[in-house]
Design a protein around this ligand. Structure first.
Ligand SMILES: NC(=O)c1ccc[n+]([C@@H]2O[C@H](COP(=O)([O-])OP(=O)(O)OC[C@H]3O[C@@H](n4cnc5c(N)ncnc54)[C@H](OP(=O)(O)O)[C@@H]3O)[C@@H](O)[C@H]2O)c1
Length: 242
């Protein structure tokens, strides 16, 4: 089967890429810096097609789809893992920064969905998974841009699920708590030790690993979830139940 993974060069997207490849699928991997995973790509080059794309260029997503070499086949799934996080007090936010968060996390997601769901690109019964976050349903100081963008993803998933149900295309979201990835390393590099401890303590099962999240994405891409659409899958080690 054929899958698109954005954010395939790092973290949750890279783990999803690896699990799809392991299951024998062809993955259309989208990222900016493939040098980070070059040796993995070389070892699996028959199952991975690379596409360099920056999601700040939302309007060029149509061209990205035209560039995909599908060889008369269609896609069976899309996972939009590309995303950015920003933790700063609102006074330090700028309209441009908020726009960047929305361009990558939200507007690109809508544009990817718009093209993916065209009959020429996707099979009936295809599955789309968006990366929201527990921050899409909870709040944290300094995260107005990120929390609101990840909430918007949840609205997108529900409306998209209803709109494309007629083609049996399913649209769901996963909502991770804090997972050990470069994004989290970057967050931890900008806060003090005590704040890191607070975040860790808020996860009753400890922080997550990418291998805690990718299996749910694989499940949502698979036939085993063919009656599930418009749902939010919280994967957060218990963060949100307190
Ligand atoms: N890690 C967490 O704790 C956590 C928790 C909840 C939700 N999430 C969500 O899960 C998703 C993946 O996060 P992660 O932790 O795996 O992040 P990550 O390791 O930082 O990876 C982010 C990915 O997004 C890509 N990306 C960033 N900006 C881009 C842009 N302008 N254009 C194209 N690609 C871009 C990066 O590509 P390049 O590296 O090639 O530039 C990279 O592949 C995000 O949506 C994030 O918000 C993460």
């Amino acid at each position: 089967m054929n899958f698109i993974i954005t954010g395939a060069t790092s973290g949750i997207g890279f783990e999803t890429l690896k699990q799809l490849v392991k299951n024998g699928h062809l993955v259309f991997a989208v990222g900016r810096d493939f040098s980070k995973i070059n040796s993995y790509i070389q070892d699996n080059k028959n199952q991975i097609k690379q596409y360099v794309f920056d999601f700040v260029n939302v309007r060029d997503i149509e061209k990205l789809f035209l560039d995909f070499e599908l060889n008369n086949e269609k896609f069976d799934g899309l996972v939009h893992c590309a995303g950015i996080e920003e933790t700063v007090p609102l006074t330090l936010y700028t309209p441009d920064k908020i726009k960047q968060i929305y361009d990558i996390n939200v507007f690109s997601g809508i544009e990817l969905l718009r093209h993916f769901t065209k009959k020429k690109y996707s099979n009936e019964g295809a599955s789309v998974v968006f990366l929201s976050s527990v921050m899409g349903v909870l709040g944290q100081p300094g995260k107005i841009g990120y929390c609101s963008a990840k909430s918007a993803v949840l609205g997108m998933v529900k409306a998209g699920a209803l709109e494309f149900a007629k083609r049996k295309i399913r649209v769901n979201a996963v909502l991770p708590g804090i997972v050990n990835t470069p994004m989290t390393e970057n967050l931890f590099a900008h806060i003090v030790e005590e704040q890191i401890k607070q975040i860790v303590d808020m996860h009753p099962l400890g922080l997550g690993e990418v291998t805690d999240v990718a299996p749910t994405i694989l499940f949502l891409l698979s036939e085993n979830s063919k009656w599930i659409t418009g749902q939010n899958f919280v994967i957060d080690g218990g963060y949100s139940i307190q």
